[in-house]
Design a protein around this ligand. Structure first.
Ligand code: ADP
Ligand code: MG
Length: 455
């Protein structure tokens, strides 16, 4: 058994250890119940196991030490196949010690790791969109430097890359607080390098190198912001090489796979692919529902499923927005002291979700959008001027108004400042004939349509 596993082993087998002592040394039930059963395991450090005596037995510490210490020493040493010593401590002292070690650990490692406490594996919902990335992240967290190195996570914004990276960091530190884990955004890394260079002080640069090259696990987020920035990029790759060849774990995130990073030099591109590349996709409906339900676990009250369905149906591309919608709903309900239900959802989320968007398209919206597309004003389009550059935008307006609104031709004519609707009929025909033969016109119409109605 490895030294780092002694603690886990003793902790999980604590009751077995005591039972073993009971049978090995033939201890009477009354003695066992009085002296041994109440003892708790506290930890192991430098091969010394600390055992806590509860405060109501404090006066018996000398007796327990004299009578039972050797039983524990022998029993535990045999079980872990490694000779240890035992130290009995009183409950109150143990508490003090625990706080001290926690503080120590916190100061040395956890705090410097830059980890956000809520981004953990147990707050991360696994769905079809992220299953592979999640498994890869967990494997790396369980065996840093051994499973996949580097781990390269990529995907669009708001899909959970940063959350997964922090989860890895927490997992490693939770299991081994002595591991040096460091999370950094590419932006901060770049700033550090730039400032060091600007200061002209070479010891500043050495400090940065020291800092990044002494870690066991480096998490570098949004690496796309480093690529192309010469000095920073070079600094990063030197760090990368040094850590990698020392068997230290590197976890990288980016918005694209390495092969799509155009400005990335070939030798780095292959390096990023040495380990494992895993992508995160947009969440499907089931995953969106599961995430919303996960968020609502803290709400305290039952929320109607229809509420989740409403949000999950309307916010589809991005988990950050999903979370934003949920938080907005909670805030609205608190502020107005109304429970969350279908009655308030639409009102609470009206700035974020507009399910009637398609029906709300009017001639006016269309004219504005077309004008914007052609770099003119809607007044230009509505004007009586007959210059050539105005003809096409006007006709596109006519065509799109017909296609995207329910408005009668007379109304479209009025919106465009035309006296009668025959001009409108003519314009519509020009465009509908045109798109059949003119690919670039068809594409233009398509782009404008998407601008008008993004969904
Ligand atoms: P990215 O780094 O890919 O832009 P983040 O990791 O910052 O995305 O995620 C955006 C928000 O969505 C965060 O608040 C995060 O907690 C949440 N989130 C993302 N994926 C999940 C998931 N699978 N389960 C729960 N929350 C998630
Ligand atoms: Mg991120």
């Amino acid at each position: 058994m490895e030294a780092s596993n002694y603690n886990d082993f003793i902790e999980t087998n604590w009751d077995n250890i005591k039972e073993n002592i009971r049978s090995e040394y033939d201890i009477a039930d009354i003695s066992f119940d009085t002296w041994i059963r109440p003892l708790n395991y506290s930890g192991i450090e430098n091969d010394t196991v600390s055992i806590v005596i509860p405060s109501d037995q404090a006066q018996a510490i000398n007796y327990i030490t004299k009578k039972y210490k050797n039983f524990f020493v022998e029993s535990i040493s045999v079980m872990i196949d490694h000779s240890i010593n035992v130290n009995f401590i009183l409950e109150n002292e143990a508490k003090k010690e625990e706080i001290n070690t926690k503080e120590k650990i916190y100061n040395i490692n956890s705090e410097n790791a830059n980890l956000i406490s809520k981004y953990r594996f147990d707050t991360f919902v696994v769905g079809n969109n992220n299953k592979f990335a999640h498994s890869a992240a967990l494997a790396v967290a369980e065996s840093p430097g051994e499973a996949y190195n580097p781990l390269y996570l990529y995907g669009g914004s708001g899909l959970g890359k940063t959350h997964l990276m922090h989860s890895i960091g927490h997992f490693i530190l939770d299991r081994d607080p002595n591991k040096k884990v460091l999370y950094v955004t590419s932006e901060n890394f770049t700033n550090e390098v730039i400032n060091a260079i600007r200061s002209g002080n070479s010891s500043k640069m050495n400090e940065i190198r020291e800092k990044y090259r002494s870690v066991d696990v480096l998490l570098i987020d949004d690496v796309q912001y480093i690529i192309g920035k010469d000095a920073t990029q070079q600094e990063f790759f030197n760090t990368f090489n040094e850590l990698h060849s020392a068997g230290k774990q590197i976890i990288i995130s980016s918005d694209k796979p390495p092969q799509d990073m155009e400005t990335l030099e070939e030798r780095f591109r292959t390096r990023f692919q040495w380990g494992l590349t895993a992508d995160i996709q947009a969440p499907d409906y089931e995953t969106r529902m599961a995430i919303l339900k996960k968020y609502s676990e803290n709400y305290g009250k039952e929320i109607d499923n229809a509420v989740f369905e409403y949000i999950a149906e309307n916010i589809t591309s991005n988990i950050r927005e999903l979370e934003g919608a949920y938080n907005k709903l909670i805030a609205y309900s608190r502020l107005n002291k109304i429970d969350i239900s279908m009655d308030i959802v639409e009102e609470a989320l009206k700035d974020i979700i507009n399910p009637n968007q398609i029906k709300e398209i009017t001639s006016q919206n269309i004219i504005e959008m077309v004008a914007e597309h052609f770099n003119m004003t809607s007044e230009d389009i509505k004007s009586k001027r007959k210059t050539a550059d105005l003809v096409l935008p006007r006709q596109i307006c006519m065509y799109l108004c017909k296609e995207l609104t329910q408005e009668p031709l007379q109304e479209i004519a009025r919106a465009l400042n035309k006296k009668d609707h025959t001009t409108i009929i003519y314009g519509i025909k020009k465009i509908s004939d045109g798109v059949k033969v003119d690919k670039s016109l068809a594409n233009k119409i398509d782009v404008i349509k998407k601008k008008i109605n993004p969904s």
